[in-house]
Unconditional design. Structure first.
Length: 318
């Protein structure tokens, strides 16, 4: 039987499936029973590739189940699928139509399947997500302090103190789990050896960028969203821009690069040289983000720690 390309439209309660070549449509509930039925149905359909959009976590149980039985699966950016739908004149939008568009997208684009992390990685990811939520709440409460009136100011102070305790506990939990994993502990120590790379970036890279150390520098830059993209067409010549990628990783990398321009000798020299050459500071900083990411990628690939002075590893990274 010829393998087919399959699209799955994921929602909180349901999973709509469409096959590209067989013109087959199926509907299941988004729960354990529905996922079990899908796995059985795929025994007959034998999909070459299953594609679904990232939906904030509703797709996760199904992706894990597909990975477990060896069915290639790709979770793609919804923006890419929307653009593809417009290009193919599929402007109507229902769950069934969305599944068909995803199946067509799978057949035409063939996005690369990427397995999800192991159970240990998933747990770390959940804790890291909670850390971000607590940090956002802390920031919001501290901002409210500036305009809060006296009757509520004390309550906000108490809430800030509570959130700071929760944040300390979460960070202790993250650190403890990394220390318990020999592989993650080794990678964490390599990352932390680089001036400017703190605990937040190190943990974010370990959890949200498991591909670090396994791809080349161009692939890893594109995955994070710090690779410059051309904006040239005809006689028009535009500035190169970065776009897409993993926003959480990029945000942590931005802050680390900002610190590195002051305290990391290699990044500091690189940043100064770009600024002296007339580059805008923001452009220079993005270039530093890309260089720092390239260095970290090479370090994990070769299991080499940071060396001060004139490091052999860094001098070979362009």
């Amino acid at each position: 039987m010829e393998k087919d390309f399959v699209g799955i439209d994921v929602s909180k309660d349901s999973l709509d499936i469409a096959a590209f070549n067989a013109n087959k449509k199926l509907h299941f509930s988004n729960d354990e029973a529905g996922i079990t039925q899908i796995i059985k149905a795929f025994d007959e359909m034998a999909p070459a590739l299953v594609v679904m959009e990232a939906t904030g976590g509703y797709e996760t149980p199904l992706v894990y189940a597909l990975n477990k039985v060896g069915i290639p699966c790709a979770v793609v950016n919804p923006r890419e699928v929307r653009d593809f739908a417009r290009a193919t004149k599929k402007l109507a939008k229902t769950d069934s139509i969305d599944a068909q568009v995803l199946a067509h997208f799978a057949a035409a684009i063939k996005p690369e399947p990427r397995p999800l992390s192991d159970e240990e990685g998933r747990e770390l990811g959940a804790i890291l997500t909670r850390r971000r939520q607590v940090v956002e709440m802390l920031t919001a409460e501290k901002n409210r302090m500036h305009t809060a009136r006296k009757p509520v100011k004390e309550e906000i102070k108490e809430h800030i103190a509570y959130l700071e305790k929760r944040l300390a506990r979460i960070e202790s939990n993250l650190s403890g789990r990394i220390q318990e994993s020999p592989v993650k502990k080794m990678k964490y120590q390599l990352l932390r050896s680089v001036p400017g790379v703190g605990p937040t970036l190190s943990i974010t890279l370990l959890v949200d960028l498991p591909e670090l150390g396994n791809l080349n520098r161009r692939q890893i830059a594109a995955l994070v969203g710090v690779a410059p993209l051309n904006r040239d067409s005809g006689t028009l010549r535009g500035k190169r821009r970065v776009w897409g990628g993993r926003s959480q990783v990029r945000a942590a990398l931005y802050m680390a690069s900002l610190v590195a321009t002051r305290h990391n000798p290699v990044i500091k020299r690189f940043y100064t040289r770009l600024c002296e050459a007339g580059k805008a500071k923001k452009v220079a900083l993005v270039a530093c983000m890309r260089k720092l990411l390239t260095i970290l990628n090479a370090m994990l690939k070769h299991c080499v720690s940071w060396h001060f002075g004139e490091p052999v590893l860094v001098s070979n990274v362009h």
